[in-house]
Design a binder for this molecule. Sequence first.
Ligand code: NAP
Ligand code: SF4
Length: 672
Amino acid sequence: MTLYPHLLAPLDIGHVTLPNRVLMGSMHTGLEELGDWRRLGAFYAERARGGVGLMVTGGIAPNPEGAVLRGAAGMFGAADVANHRQVTDMVHDAGGLIAMQILHAGRYGYNPDCVAPSAVKSPISPFAPRELDEAGIEKQIADIAAAAARAREAGYDGVEVMGSEGYFLNQFLVTHTNRRTDRWGGSYENRMRLPVEVVRRVRAAVGPDFILIYRLSMIDLVPDGSSWDEVVQLARAVEAAGADLINTGIGWHEARVPTIATSVPRRAFAFVTAKLMGQVGVPLIASNRINTPEVAEQVLADGCADMVSMARPFLADSHFVAKAAAGRAADIAPCIACNQACLDHTFAGKVSSCLVNPRACHETEITIAPTAVPRRIAVVGAGAAGMAAAITAAERGHDVTLFERDSRVGGQLNLARQVPGKEEFHGLVDWFAGQIAASGVTLRLGHAAEPEDLAGFDAVVIATGVRPRDPGIPVAGATQVVGYADVLSGRVVAGPRVAVVGAGGIGFDVATFLVDDGARVAEDAAAWKAEWGVADPATSRGGLALTGPAPAPPARAVTLLQRKAEKPGKRLGKTTGWIHRAHLKAKGVRMLSGVQYGAITDEGLAIVRDGQESVIPADTVILCAGQEPEAGLAARLAGTGREMHVIGGAELAAELDAKRAIDAGMRLGARL
Ligand code: NAP
Ligand code: SF4
């Protein structure tokens, strides 16, 4: 008897039966543009072997003007068919099913040739789109249908027509982006004509026995978005036009509501798909922030959908489904929804990976093979880098001992998990602890390793991490001055007025901790929706609350400071920084840049800004001024002739994060 009877049940969609209810949602990996199709094939084949029911590729353009950026991968002709054939062959050899997503970006194209229903520039692209005429619209439809036919020729099992997230098809649906007065604009019947015609023509191009998924924006999260009646009308029309499955799209890319970040509660948007259940005959797929078999099973058991889409969880663990089916859910590497190595990479033009699993999209580069020469290896420090190195080396057959001076594993991850909105880090630390036990690593907690402890080992890995930088601000009064670790660990409770010195990732985390006062925001969907102004789309267009966002009042008055003149939070994650800035702004946090620090006195923190002296009134000053390497042990071992590897923060503290630490640990473990 499986623990996940709904999730693992087959789904018969007429011409094909999917082995289970799990769809690997579309993700751009960056491999699509490298020209190394076998590497892309290896990425999907690994996931096919992991048991996922059906996979959808990253968005593939139907024509150059529809590309997300110039040079983005497309399905334009015979050469593309031959390239994609390599991918589909590898997937089929691995026993999987794969559909190609056809993505026409419209006005979202970072592309001077971009086209749209009307010449309304998007806030997320510097290029104004060209308004299409009748012939231009016909060309787009024909190109999309031709791309679908080529996908079939290339061996795909289906296509997903991307109709959500504010892309081209979605742009026809709402009056903000569709100002036309011809048969493609005006009434809703006219505005939905293009998406419906696209589905009809795609079906005609691919024949009846080919999977056709339509991704439908069920809650636009933008002003003047679709009404719920329009969503239902469109769903029925795309079903009649030939869609086999309807997948859920949540929010346009320009929406000012987070939709997939770690602070978004799990399954926060399943309620939207649930509203559409029973309104159409084809199976519906729920999406967004579904990241464990338990959550996925519950979404299905609750009748919210017929199938679930998970994308990033398959970067974190390619064998998600197989492990769930084998009753090994605790072994599934959890996607913590950080975006740090996936979406942030995509927006930086880099190949995707995963913070938790650096092998993602690098399957052919990082191989973890059994060692020919097992050795005794000591790893010092059970933070992210040390844990990753120890687990990887042990998996390969080395005899590994992991020393940690604290009474538990996790290092800095134990601080991150205390931050409201970062609750997913609890699961990450638990997973690491489970992997350490399962891989046979000898764990010595509460033991600060000294050189003599390391004498009998063949190699030593120094992963001792970082220590906080003392910014050297003079203290001349009774105001409480503490480090960030004191506050996040709960050793110190800050007063009602707080000045935070340093506005990097940790300064932002600490400010969040202070204003939210321990609330587990990502576990309270109602409070989260109120804060961001998310409503039932049946009561307001686009699902934006008519009363606007209503955040809970802050627990403290917080001022966040930095010396640099730039906007605080500018260097936070590309796709998540705006969420942190918006959250703190909503909580009334004062953010000051370009400050010089004076002294900490009885009144608070003296500063000079724009030549003006002032005092930030504060009961507590919290130092978040970056870190320095904890390199004492490495220095003591240097010159002893021992084989020593220094990784993570102990090697370089600047810009250290869990992504770099885990990557360094795994790569070292793979070659020791
Ligand atoms: P950080 O990002 O380097 O920020 C350090 C802050 O301290 C900066 O605001 C810096 O700004 C200030 N500072 C540096 N030297 C100072 C000095 N001598 N006196 C006063 N202020 C000083 O470091 P962090 O905040 O400690 O974060 C460490 C790493 O963890 C970073 O790489 C960060 O990206 C990562 N992290 C990421 C997240 C995330 O959500 N992705 C969250 C937490 C941490 P000024 O020099 O302008 O004053
Ligand atoms: Fe998930 Fe973060 Fe990995 Fe992306 S980088 S797949 S969000 S854990």
